[in-house]
Design a protein around this ligand. Structure first.
Ligand SMILES: *Cc1c(COP(=O)(O)O)cnc(C)c1O
Length: 370
C-alpha cells in the first residue's frame, strides 16, 4: 500500500464489540486474565502495552518501512532509550549541530557512563578517524537544525556496517513522508512525534523505529517497558489521528516552504536562505538523491543583523514567534537565543516552520516587516 493509505489504515482497529469505525481510547491500566492465567485480549498492564500505543507503533512502523516501533512520552525519551540501551563505556559519534536537547542530555546525564564526540558528519575522513574500539553508535540528524545541513545517509550506513556500528537517524525535520532512512541503510529511526507526525502542536511524544528486531532492539524494548517513559493512551490516540493527514499535510508544508524559500532568496533584506529544495543549497543534489521531498523547515539570515531579526519576529502577524515545528500554523524563531552560548547558530538567523496557511498571506506578512 502507498503512504496515504497506510497513514489512514495501519493505525486504526475497528472495535469488535461496538463496531465503532474509529478505534476507541482504552484508558484501563489492567486487563482481565483468562481461566488459565493467560491474556486473551493480548494486553496485560498499560506500562507494558496498550491498544492505542500499539496502533500508533504499527502505523509509524508501516510509514518508515520498519519491522517494529516503540512509542515514548517525548522525543527526548525516545532518543534517551537508544543511549540507555548501550553498554556503559560505549562511545557515540554524533553531529556537531545535534539537536541541542539531546546533545545536552548526553552531556548532562550520561557523563561518566558513555563517551561521545560531536563532529562534522559531512567529513567522511573525520568520521573514520573518530571511530575507536569502544564506538558503538553513529547518531545523525538530517536535515539538521537550524542550518538544514545534510549528511549522506548511504555513506554513513556504509561506514557503520564496515565497523559493525549501530546507525541511528533523528528524522524529525524530514518526517517519513520526505525521507525514509531505513531504506537507505539506517538501523534505527527516531522522531519527535510532537512535531510533524502529530502536526497540531498539542501533544508531546517520541518514537523509535527499527529495521530489524535484533538483540539491540530487544534492549530498547526493555528500556521502554521497565524505564516506563511511555505515552498516555489519549496522546497515542491524538498522534494516530494526526498521522492520518500527514501525507497531505506534508505536501502543503513542502509547497509553501519551497515558495517561501524562493521569495526570501530574492529579497534584498535577506543575506542567505537555507532550504534543501533551493538550487543554491550546497547539498541540493544530495537532497534530491536521498529525500523524497525537501521538507517544511527553512532558515534565513538577515543582512541587518540580530536587531533586524528580532524586529522581524516581533512584528509578524500571521507567524507566531515560538519554538518547535511541524504544526499546521507557521512558527518563526530567533534560534540563537534559545540554544544557549555554546551554539554555532548565527545571531542574525531566523528559523521558520512553514505552516499550511495560504502562501499569499505568509508572503504578505513577511513583506510587511522585511
Ligand atoms: C523537538 C526535537 C527533538 C526532541 O523532541 P521532544 O518531543 O521535544 O522531546 C529531537 N530532535 C529534533 C530534531 C527535534 O526537533
Amino acid at each position: 500500500m502507498k503512504v496515504e493509505t497506510k497513514a489512514i489504515h495501519a493505525g486504526n482497529k475497528q472495535d469488535q464489540s461496538t463496531k465503532a469505525a474509529i478505534q476507541p481510547i482504552v484508558l484501563s491500566t489492567t486487563f482481565e486474565r483468562g481461566e488459565n492465567g493467560d491474556y486473551p485480549g493480548g494486553f496485560m498492564y498499560s506500562r507494558a502495552d496498550n491498544p492505542n500505543r500499539k496502533s500508533l507503533e504499527n502505523v509509524i512502523a508501516a510509514l518508515e518501512n520498519g519491522a517494529d516501533a516503540c512509542a515514548f512520552s517525548s522525543g527526548n525519551a525516545a532518543g534517551m532509550s537508544v543511549f540507555q540501551a548501550l553498554e556503559p563505556g560505549s562511545h557515540i559519534i554524533g553531529p556537531d549541530d545535534m539537536y541541542h536537547g539531546l546533545r545536552n542530555q548526553l552531556k548532562l546525564m550520561f557523563k561518566g557512563i558513555l563517551t561521545f564526540d560531536f563532529i562534522n558528519l559531512t567529513d567522511i575522513e573525520l568520521i573514520y578517524n573518530s571511530i575507536k574500539r569502544e564506538t558503538k553508535l553513529i547518531w545523525a540528524e538530517t536535515p539538521s537544525n537550524p542550518l538544514l545541513k545534510l549528511c549522506d545517509i548511504e555513506a554513513l550506513a556504509h561506514i557503520a556496517k564496515e565497523h559493525q556500528l549501530i546507525f541511528a537517524i533523528d528524522n524529525t525535520f524530514a518526517s517519513p513522508i520526505c525521507q525514509q532512512p531505513l531504506s537507505l541503510g539506517a538501523d534505527i529511526v527516531m522522531h519527535s512525534t510532537t512535531k510533524f507526525l502529530n502536526g497540531h502542536s498539542d501533544v508531546s511524544g517520541g518514537v523509535l523505529i527499527t529495521k530489524e528486531k535484533d538483540a539491540f532492539w530487544e534492549k530498547i524494548k526493555i528500556v521502554q517497558g521497565y524505564g516506563g517513559a511511555i505515552p498516555a493512551p489519549f496522546d497515542c490516540y491524538m498522534i494516530t489521528r494526526g498521522i492520518k493527514t500527514l501525507p497531505y499535510r506534508m505536501r502543503g508544508h513542502v509547497a509553501n516552504a519551497q515558495a517561501l524559500a524562493e521569495y526570501l532568496e530574492n529579497h534584498e533584506a535577506v543575506e542567505a536562505v537555507f532550504y534543501p529544495g533551493l538550487k543554491s543549497h550546497p547539498q541540493h543534489e544530495l537532497a534530491t538523491k536521498q529525500m523524497l521531498s525537501y521538507g517544511g523547515m527553512l532558515s534565513f539570515l538577515l543582512k541587518d543583523g540580530e536587531e533586524k531579526a528580532k524586529q522581524v519576529v516581533n512584528n509578524l502577524k500571521v507567524f507566531t514567534q515560538a519554538t518547535s515545528l511541524g504544526g499546521v500554523e507557521s512558527l518563526i524563531e530567533h534560534r540563537y537565543s534559545v540554544e544557549g552560548q555554546d551554539t554555532k547558530t548565527p545571531k542574525n538567523l531566523l528559523r521558520v516552520s512553514v505552516g499550511l496557511e495560504h502562501i499569499d498571506d505568509l508572503m504578505a506578512d513577511l513583506e510587511s516587516v522585511l
